[in-house]
Design a protein around this ligand. Structure first.
Ligand SMILES: Nc1ncnc2c1ncn2[C@@H]1O[C@H](COP(=O)(O)OP(=O)(O)OP(=O)(O)O)[C@@H](O)[C@H]1O
Ligand SMILES: [Mg+2]
Length: 252
């Protein structure tokens, strides 16, 4: 099968710190991949390199057949690669519905030439609001459409981030700790949603997550980073049994 995402010897330094060191891996369409590693091992930096918010010093990144190594974050987003952040990056003073509409591509009402003519964009806007409403309902946020994002619980903010990512019509979602700061039961619900989205929309996911006991129930493959390098990869069962991984995680 043709890879949806491919990294070849990707490296990134911050001054003297080699944060990502010659990382190579590939992700097939429809896969759900876990990216794990101790704090500071380079996981978030790697997601930023893929999403184009940081630029690689060397190596090559290919997405959906195109070389995206030095494309801008916006160009990469337009190709269908969407990233969520470790800390909720919502617009807290805006409503839940408005937050979810932010990433929608090609909104006619945003075109300054067309914006003054209500009839040119009002139909599209109602359709988008309906689509956003459906997505939010699926994520159990229908009670909160008109609430400010700041009034949501931590778990609901994470669900809204997921919903907002979906409104960008992604092919690949990079999720950075989608359950950080969320109670265990809701963390499981978030992963159930990811599973459902994978099945219903055929989406592909790369998920950074520290809660291995939940992550391992949902992913096909796990990549392990340690001090900027890829230490191991395999099925959750293989990674759980890997002596090197057990040593960096549990000091065994
Ligand atoms: N913008 C930056 N400038 C300088 N150093 C940075 C920058 N971003 C990250 N680093 C450093 O790069 C290393 C990798 O950081 P990164 O955030 O990628 O780790 P991580 O695996 O996501 O960690 P965590 O699990 O704690 O989120 C760390 O030592 C971090 O301090
Ligand atoms: Mg991180």
């Amino acid at each position: 099968m043709v890879d949806l995402l491919k990294l070849e010897h990707v490296s990134k330094s911050f001054e003297s710190l080699l944060a990502v060191n010659e990382v190579s891996f590939s992700v097939e369409p429809g896969q759900v991949v876990g990216l794990i590693g101790p704090n500071g091992s380079g996981k978030s930096t790697l997601l930023s390199l893929i999403a184009g918010t940081l630029s690689a010093d060397s190596g090559r990144i290919t997405f959906d057949g195109q070389d995206i190594t030095h494309r801008s974050a916006d160009q990469i987003f337009q190709l269908g690669l969407v990233r969520s952040f470790q800390d909720p990056s919502l617009f807290f003073r805006m409503t839940v519905l408005d937050n979810s509409l932010l990433p929608v591509k090609h909104q006619t009402g945003e075109n300054p030439v067309r914006a003054p003519f209500h009839r040119l964009w009002s139909g599209q806007e109602s359709n988008l609001a309906a689509a956003a409403g459906k997505t939010l309902a699926e994520l159990q946020l229908s009670q909160h459409y008109t609430a400010r994002a700041s009034d949501l619980s931590g778990g609901q903010m994470k669900l809204l981030e997921l919903g907002r990512s979906l409104m960008g019509e992604p092919k690949l979602l990079l999720l950075d700790e989608p359950t950080a700061g969320v109670a265990p039961k809701l963390a499981y619900t978030i992963f159930e949603e990811i599973k459902r989205l994978r099945q219903s929309l055929g989406l592909t996911f790369v998920i950074v997550e520290h809660r291995l006991e939940i992550l391992f129930d949902f992913v096909d493959t796990v990549f392990v980073m340690h001090a900027g390098s890829l230490l191991a990869h395999g099925t959750p069962a293989e990674i759980s049994a890997n002596a090197e991984v057990r040593e960096i995680y549990f000091g065994e």
